[in-house]
Design a protein around this ligand. Structure first.
Ligand code: EPU
Length: 337
């Protein structure tokens, strides 16, 4: 375990922001993590997973701990289900492809989401009608106070839309070291209600789709709408889709009768932030070397060399403009550091 000094974090965040870590260490075992947390040498510590859900706006005056714990295995398998464990540092999409190669079902709709397995429960990643919580069994996490490993069941995690206990009162107190999934074997239940997935099947003349077909459809949809972070720096959806009251939505509909929306409950409606941002005129706008993605207004992009502060300012301008036009507050989904 080697501690490095003054390291650029550009390769470690999908936004591609060039800030420096005062100290940096890549950790491959839980023992190394325990050693770091039992030492008093670096009082300030900062945990870095896949770096796919953060906007770095300043240098980090701390020991940045890059979680590089690797390994995945089948814990048990029956004719109907399999329990699979992945260590936190595995790349999410590579892990999904590995489960699909083994014909384990459940993660196909979550193909191509950037980031690592260990951070996936924190915000309960979701796409195309499926959320992580649907296949989540449990996770093991290091308690940073006691340095004991604790297991969190699905109930313990209190999953919600882009939310979990790890964003609430367990925040900063644990490091997730592995995640266990309950996947289907043989009789897979496909989730293909999302319109774009069915259109992909029609285009490809697929009438009896497999989980692998669903994954390929999701990959094609994502590639057509979302920028590849390897080419254009971004953090996926920058904002959450706001949930508003039915009354507020009726008011919105008076001026915007075609506003897209999803019913959340009897009293609440979710409005796509991407639509609000597009209506506010920001879709595809560039400001020098950063801007709003041209195919999905929910995604802010760094075309190369942008500063985190500039993107933060743009996000505030978008929030203020949306609030002024629609009287709806949109909240950042990414962590601003
Ligand atoms: N829309 C617009 N303009 C835009 C973008 C979207 O009008 O620029 C409208 C679309 O026409 C559609 C609606 O908004 O009516 C929803 O769009 P889409 O299906 O693309 O989904 P989203 O609500 O914008 C959410 C997730 C994505 C996920 C997709 C697909 C959030 C914050 N985002 O986006 O997640 O891939 O659904 O399930 O919930 C991510 O979190 O990084 C992410 C990409």
């Amino acid at each position: 375990m080697q501690i490095l000094n003054d390291i650029s974090l550009k390769p470690y965040n999908t936004f591609g922001i060039d800030v420096k870590a005062k100290h940096f260490v890549s950790v491959t075992t839980v023992e190394e993590l325990k050693t770091i947390f039992s030492s008093e040498e670096f009082p300030q510590k900062f945990i870095l997973g896949g770096g796919s859900n953060m906007l770095l706006t300043k240098d980090i005056d701390a020991l940045v701990i890059h979680l590089n714990l690797k390994g995945k295995k089948i814990i048990s398998q029956s004719n109907t289900e399999a329990l699979i464990e992945s260590k936190a540092g595995e790349n999410w999409h590579e892990f999904v492809l590995w489960t699909l190669e083994k014909d384990f079902g459940g993660l196909e709709n979550l193909s191509l989401i950037p980031g690592n397995v260990g951070t996936s429960p924190i915000q309960n990643i979701g796409a195309y009608g499926v959320e992580l919580k649907d296949t989540f069994h449990s996770c093991n996490a290091l308690n940073l106070e006691t340095l004991e490993i604790e297991t969190f069941t699905k109930e313990d995690c209190k999953f919600d839309y882009r939310n979990s206990i790890f964003k609430q009162h367990a925040k900063g107190k644990y490091i997730i070291i592995s995640v266990i999934f309950n996947l289907s074997v043989g009789d897979h239940k496909l989730n293909t209600n999302y319109g774009a997935i069915t259109s992909e099947f029609e285009n490809r003349n697929i009438d009896q789709p497999t989980i692998q077909d669903v994954s390929k459809a999701v990959i094609a949809i994502r590639l057509s709408k979302l920028p590849n972070p390897k080419e254009i720096g971004n953090s996926g959806s920058f904002f959450k889709n706001p949930v508003i009251t039915k009354d507020a939505f009726s008011k919105l509909q008076e001026n915007f009768p075609n506003a897209p929306h999803y019913i959340v409950s009897e009293t609440e409606i979710k409005v796509p932030a991407g639509w609000l941002i597009e209506q506010a005129g920001f879709k595809g706008k560039t400001f020098g070397n950063y801007g709003v993605h041209k195919k999905q207004a929910l995604v802010l992009v760094n075309y190369g060399g942008a500063k985190g502060k500039e993107i933060l300012e743009l996000s505030k301008l978008i929030q203020d403009t949306v609030a002024r036009i629609f009287e709806i507050q949109i909240e950042a989904e990414v962590n601003i550091i």
